[in-house]
Design a protein around this ligand. Structure first.
Ligand code: SF4
Length: 360
């Protein structure tokens, strides 16, 4: 008997241009290759999707880098699997989003939009090689609201090269003025293979990054956002259900290049090579079966990222163990608490250190 998978992720591997900090699996959009990718992903969806999914997330890359016709076609391939979707998200960037695409989202019952905004400072956006201004983001959010989308999340970055506290404060206030229901804030890590990495641009120092993290938390929680995961804030009821499934360590299916799947102890990531993908959609870059120890540790690590923590009884049943005995040292860390049968980390900013006590 196969277990139903409730969560689906689909990766669109194209962007309008490549941001200087990014090393994700993607390439600059070109019509011919996007067309070939679309035909291939259709085959992959037909072969691998067998369920009605509760949450669907189309990410990238930049899904809106596709043309309107291609986007409509892609979403029509997913239509047979969406009738039970409570949350259906698509990532967008301001420069490649227009009314026609918003209309297509409505037609296919998408109900959550995640927009890459990154900063409200136009000079910084240019430096990052983003192809939009903050005003473009504002206008596109207003447009989405006119089309009936109220569940809009904004992605932002902090600890950017050259950014100081004053600049961060301005971005925070500008973002708060947008009145989004969900905000994700990621500290920039300069990856070796990104343009910044190749240029030798360095991360800000750890103390500044920690100060920025604190400032963000202070302002956003004052404004009624719940800091529900290390990098994520939401108004009550607007936490990302799809991402919560990752943090609750549920199974999910990933479709297209570079997408990861977790099905029981099986963990794999599809190839990041277009050529290999076009020849065989089942090609993988990583393919492994986790041991019981790995599963337990990953489950703890993921669950403790949120303020809801880990369901102790469910964990004990799943792994036939006693969490509080087996991981006694971790559970006794002063940053941990137990509330309503859940093990919770009270200080998310030091989670990485706390997790060391869970290593056995
Ligand atoms: S940050 Fe997003 S938009 Fe920019 S290159 Fe990476 S995937 Fe594309």
């Amino acid at each position: 008997m196969t277990t139903r998978i409730k969560h689906l992720y689909l990766h669109v591997p194209f962007c309008t241009s490549i941001c200087h900090y990014c090393d994700f699996c993607h390439r600059v959009y070109a019509d011919t290759i996007a067309q070939r990718w679309l035909e291939t992903v259709k085959k992959e969806i037909e072969e691998e999707c067998h369920d009605q999914y509760e949450t669907i997330y189309i990410g990238g890359g930049t899904p809106t880098a596709l043309s309107s016709v291609q986007l409509d076609t892609l979403l029509s391939y997913l239509d047979p699997y969406t009738s039970e979707a409570v949350e259906y998200t698509i990532e967008v960037n301001p420069e490649s989003l227009d009314e026609e695409k918003a209309e297509i989202f409505r037609k296919h019952h998408i109900n959550r939009i995640s927009m890459g905004i990154q900063s409200s400072d136009d000079e910084m956006l240019k430096y990052l090689n983003r192809k939009h201004t903050f005003n473009d983001a504002k206008e596109k959010i207003e447009m989405l609201r006119r089309y009936g989308f109220d569940n809009i999340s904004g992605d932002l970055m902090y600890s950017l090269p050259g950014q100081d506290m004053k600049m961060l404060d301005k971005t925070i206030e500008d973002i708060l003025a947008l009145d989004l229901v969900h905000i994700s804030l990621y500290s920039l890590t300069i990856e070796e293979n990104s343009v910044f990495g190749k240029k030798g641009i360095e991360n800000l120092d750890e103390d500044t990054e920690a100060d920025m993290y604190e400032r963000i938390e202070e302002r956003l929680t004052q404004q009624g956002y719940i800091h529900y995961e290390i990098s994520n804030y939401a108004k009550k009821g607007y936490e990302s259900k799809h991402n919560l499934s990752y943090w609750n360590y549920e199974d999910f299916l990933g479709i297209s290049l570079g997408a990861s799947s977790k099905i029981g102890e099986h963990r794999y990531t599809k190839t990041r090579s277009f050529e290999r993908y076009f020849n065989d959609t089942s090609s993988k870059d990583e393919d492994l079966y986790l041991t019981k120890e790995d599963l337990e540790f990953e489950h703890i690590m993921m669950s403790l990222r949120t303020i809801y923590g880990l369901d102790i009884e469910q964990f004990n049943k799943t792994y036939d163990t006693d969490l509080l005995v087996r991981y006694a040292k971790g559970a006794a860390n002063p940053a941990m608490k137990i509330e309503n049968g859940r093990l919770i980390c009270k200080e998310l900013e030091i989670l990485n250190h706390v997790l060391l006590d869970f290593m056995i």
